[in-house]
Design a protein around this ligand. Structure first.
Ligand SMILES: Nc1ncnc2c1ncn2[C@@H]1O[C@H](COP(=O)(O)OP(=O)(O)OP(=O)(O)O)[C@@H](O)[C@H]1O
Ligand SMILES: [Mg+2]
Length: 297
């Protein structure tokens, strides 16, 4: 690499940090609740919320995919989001991750980081991981190499070329292989895994970056019943350490997620771009408006 390129890389990283700092309500260290000083780039969840969407509207040619959507996710919470096709679930994730900009509204990560001022790669780098429906692993690399690559994903080209995982990082990869049930498949080429195993590998790759908030769009679509159950167990084991937003149509899976782990987990029902109902699964399932939307008028 030429010195010019290295300098350009260093400048890009500097600009990146500046932009993330500027996305905070005030620049520099900030007096947060309880007198704690929150550093630049750190997510402030002292008020309890990791994600706060307020009055978000997204229009496509006049059609409102999101219509004044207001939603708050607690730190460490596992929130299930359901809703009929076209309700705006994926569009909501597009807004959180910076892929789509809303016409109006606010989106905050913790109480201080304004997501609408950050680019997609910046949002990923501050700890929001996203799993798309289709698995996107490196098919020609082994399971181990995929996880190794995820570790160095945010390094510069130069550091990456010389990257060798430390003993501690090797331990993390080993622990991840166990967590995602791929310990005995570590040297297998990812392209040869089952669909469900590829989904787990991608979730493992996201987790290697230790995201604070994980967005999972239809993670069990195409999985066998057994794979689906194991995925519910995996997500429940992440609850608390990570915050999770899980979008799914599979109600058996939603049932497993809400019955396991912490009690009183909330489910949000989206419809026509806004929240139709929110509460315990049994309550939203008994809600007349929800029944009407699902059964069709
Ligand atoms: N880029 C786009 N251009 C035009 N319309 C769009 C675009 N993206 C989404 N939409 C529309 O916005 C609405 C919400 O779509 P979205 O994909 O968010 O729904 P969803 O709740 O994820 O549905 P599903 O359960 O089928 O995945 C749909 O009517 C969709 O056709
Ligand atoms: Mg969708």
């Amino acid at each position: 690499m030429t010195p010019e390129l290295m300098q350009a890389g260093a400048k890009a990283r500097h600009d990146h940090r500046q932009r993330i700092a500027a996305s905070h309500g005030t620049s520099g260290g900030r007096e947060a609740a309880y007198g704690r000083v929150v550093q630049e780039g750190e997510v402030d969840t002292a008020h309890g919320a990791i994600l706060y969407l307020d009055d978000i509207t997204v229009s496509f040619d006049g059609f409102k995919a999101l219509d004044a959507l207001t939603l708050s996710i607690g730190a460490g919470e596992l929130r299930c989001i359901i809703g009929p096709n076209g309700a705006g679930k994926t569009t909501m994730m597009d807004v959180i991750t910076g892929k789509t900009r809303p016409d109006v509204g606010k989106a905050y990560f913790g109480s201080t980081i304004d997501l609408l001022r950050l680019r997609e790669n910046e949002i990923a780098s501050i700890g929001i991981g996203r799993k798309f429906q289709k698995p996107t692993v490196f098919e020609y690399l082994t399971v181990f190499e995929n996880l190794e690559l995820a570790l160095k994903a945010d390094r510069g080209v130069r550091a990456s070329a010389f990257f060798r995982p430390s003993g501690e990082q090797l331990d993390r990869i080993g622990a991840m292989l166990t967590l995602i049930h791929l310990k005995d498949r570590a040297q297998r080429i990812a392209g040869l895994l089952s669909h469900g195993q590829k989904q787990w590998l991608e979730i493992g790759m996201l987790l290697m970056q230790d995201p604070k908030l994980l967005l999972l769009d239809e993670p069990v679509a195409g999985m066998t019943d057994e794979e689906t159950e194991r995925t519910a167990e995996l997500f429940l084991s992440l609850e608390g350490d990570h915050s999770l937003v899980v979008v799914e149509h599979d109600m058996k899976f939603i049932g497993e997620l809400t019955q396991g782990g912490t009690n009183g987990k909330k489910v949000t029902v989206l419809h026509e771009g806004s929240v139709l109902a929110e509460g315990l699964l049994s309550d939203v399932q008994a809600n007349d408006k929800v029944v009407e939307v699902y059964l069709g008028r």
